[in-house]
Design a protein around this ligand. Structure first.
Ligand code: DC
Length: 218
């Protein structure tokens, strides 16, 4: 099955999620939010009180978890039947996800779950290693980034809009720490695929990023 796949990799806060969703909608392709899979696993092990170094238990949970994504106007993610959409977005969930994502056995356990998102119409895959490891043969590959300060400011605005108390310096430091862990890990680190188109969205609007990515596909 020759399915068209567009991979969008990059650090957190570069706008991958928004851009990927808009593109998937416009093209009528399926959408894979791979970060949400790592985040769901982070939630599961936290709830089950499994320690982050208990690799065999984390792998068991990874293989057993039942994840369901609904991509209507409002995004909905169900984990073992329970709506976890809001919990997935918490900073702490992302930090735990980034830590367990350094474990090669965990990455291997989640590989098939991600590849199962391939559907005949097409797929937009958003993550860190979509173009390098999960879909190395993808036809279209993009590496979307933005400066750490730009990403922190976007996150800060999002939190403020939701009425959540936020500190820009702390968010910037967290983002830099997460970037470093994601980029320097031994297995499937965050690096652009050699054949990826590099886009720095620091001074671009979402619409212009979407237009640039779509121009690759058309
Ligand atoms: O994209 P995100 O912020 O939702 O991802 C949360 C964490 O999950 C990220 O810090 C690293 C990990 N992750 C990964 O290792 N590989 C992916 N393809 C996606 C996410």
């Amino acid at each position: 099955m020759d399915v068209p796949i567009l991979t969008l990799d990059g650090p957190s806060g570069a706008g991958k999620g928004t851009v990927s969703r808009l593109i998937a909608k416009q093209l009528g392709w399926n959408y894979l939010d791979s970060g949400a899979i790592y985040r769901a696993l982070a939630l599961e092990i936290t709830e089950k009180k499994i320690l982050q170094d208990n690799i065999s238990e984390i792998v068991k949970v990874a293989l057993a978890m039942d994840l369901h994504f609904e991509c209507g106007d409002d995004r909905l993610v169900k984990l073992n039947g329970k709506d976890v959409t809001n919990l997935l977005g918490l900073e702490n969930t992302g930090n735990i996800a980034s830590k367990i994502a350094t474990i090669s056995e965990v990455r291997a356990a989640l590989l098939q779950k991600q590849r199962d998102f391939k559907q005949s119409s097409g797929l937009v895959a958003d993550g860190r290693d979509m173009g390098t490891i999960v879909f190395p043969d993808a036809k279209y590959k993009v590496f979307l980034t933005a400066s750490a300060l730009t990403r922190a400011e976007r996150r800060y605005k999002q939190l403020k809009q939701k009425g959540i108390d936020a500190n820009l310096l702390k968010i910037t430091a967290d983002i830099q720490e997460r970037d470093q862990r994601d980029s320097e890990r031994q297995f499937a680190p965050l690096v652009p695929a050699v054949d990826a188109v590099y886009i720095d969205s620091s001074t671009m609007s979402i619409q212009s990023v979407v237009a640039e990515v779509l121009s690759l596909v058309h």
